[in-house]
Design a protein around this ligand. Structure first.
Ligand code: 0O2
Length: 267
């Protein structure tokens, strides 16, 4: 295929990656806005490079004419989670969506590959509106924990270095490292409530501080300079006490002051 034709061929895949990333990132933002814990920690996406498509087609003995039907990961989305439990929750969320159709799945978390690779793979059909009308394209969503992600990234670079022929001794060490990751994931799952609460508190604090700063900024236009400075100093004092309760009640008091001065901010 000529380079120009490859570009045209890959165009809808690029559109799908953009759209899917926006959708999953939107979920992340929506959860955070409502101070809820989001099972997705990071969203990544990419269109496979032409070189990588050709290399994989050779490796898997797929003819270039049938790449569109047979290669599912030209458009790839990776959803990285903190805990194994989150991965399964994310898989369920995806299956319930009406804007993508899950065609098949592979649970390499419960059943890791020989290499030690773990991840949940979903093959989906996703419709994009291309210049020539609606087009259903194949995409692969990989759902994995942060630990699985680092292992896989490292192993992937080694595969690249050794041209898919990693020496046996190194393979064994990678499998040992994968076992270590399984143990780490289990350990983290056992303290996940504590980690989740800490994280939620951090996001709540960030949100409150942002609201307070916006309101103070606004108040400068409605109250005397001296009063605004006093409020600002009080905020610095409370913030440095690292007491979320005090921060919450300060935010409430500030809202009342803003309301009385008709200086509320709209977020
Ligand atoms: P790249 O550069 O990441 O795109 P599936 O049918 O998808 O459930 P299967 O049959 O293993 O699983 O498919 P395939 O095509 O071999 O693998 C799909 C993708 O999964 C790979 O894409 C990798 O991203 C990832 N993957 C699968 N096995 C391994 C593994 O042993 N190690 C690592 N690091 N990743 C793996 P690409 O095209 O190989 O790579």
């Amino acid at each position: 295929m000529e380079i120009q034709l490859w570009r045209e061929f890959l165009d809808p895949y690029a559109l799908a990656v953009d759209e899917l990333m926006i959708k999953f990132n939107h979920l992340l933002t929506a959860y955070r806005k409502s101070d809820d814990y989001c099972p997705i920690d990071q969203v990544q996406g990419r269109v496979k490079s032409i070189a990588s498509i050709i290399e994989k087609a050779n490796r898997k003995q797929i003819s270039l004419e049938s790449v569109e039907e047979e290669m599912w990961d030209i458009c790839g989305i990776r959803l990285v989670c903190q805990f194994v439990e989150d991965c399964y929750q994310v898989v369920d969320m995806i299956k319930q969506r009406t804007d993508m159709e899950v065609v098949s799945e592979n649970d390499y978390i419960a059943f890791p590959k020989e290499s030690g690779y773990r991840s949940y793979h979903l093959r989906i059909l996703y419709t994009v509106q291309s210049v020539s009308g609606p087009k259903k394209i194949h995409a692969e969503i990989q759902v994995r924990t942060l630990g699985m992600n680092s292992w896989s990234t490292i192993e992937h670079s080694l595969q690249y270095k050794y041209r898919m022929n990693i020496p046996d001794e190194l393979k064994l060490r990678l499998r040992n490292a994968a076992d270590g990751m399984i143990a780490t994931d289990k350990e983290l799952s056992s303290i996940r409530e504590e980690i989740r609460t800490a994280r939620e508190l951090r996001f709540e604090e960030e949100r409150i501080v942002n609201d307070i700063l916006l309101t103070i900024q606004n108040l400068y236009r409605f109250v005397s300079h001296r009063e605004a400075v006093r409020i600002q100093e009080e905020f610095y004092n409370i913030y440095s006490s690292q007491n979320i309760e005090r921060l919450r009640s300060f935010a409430t008091e500030l809202d009342i002051i803003a309301e009385n001065n008709r200086a509320q901010t709209i977020n």
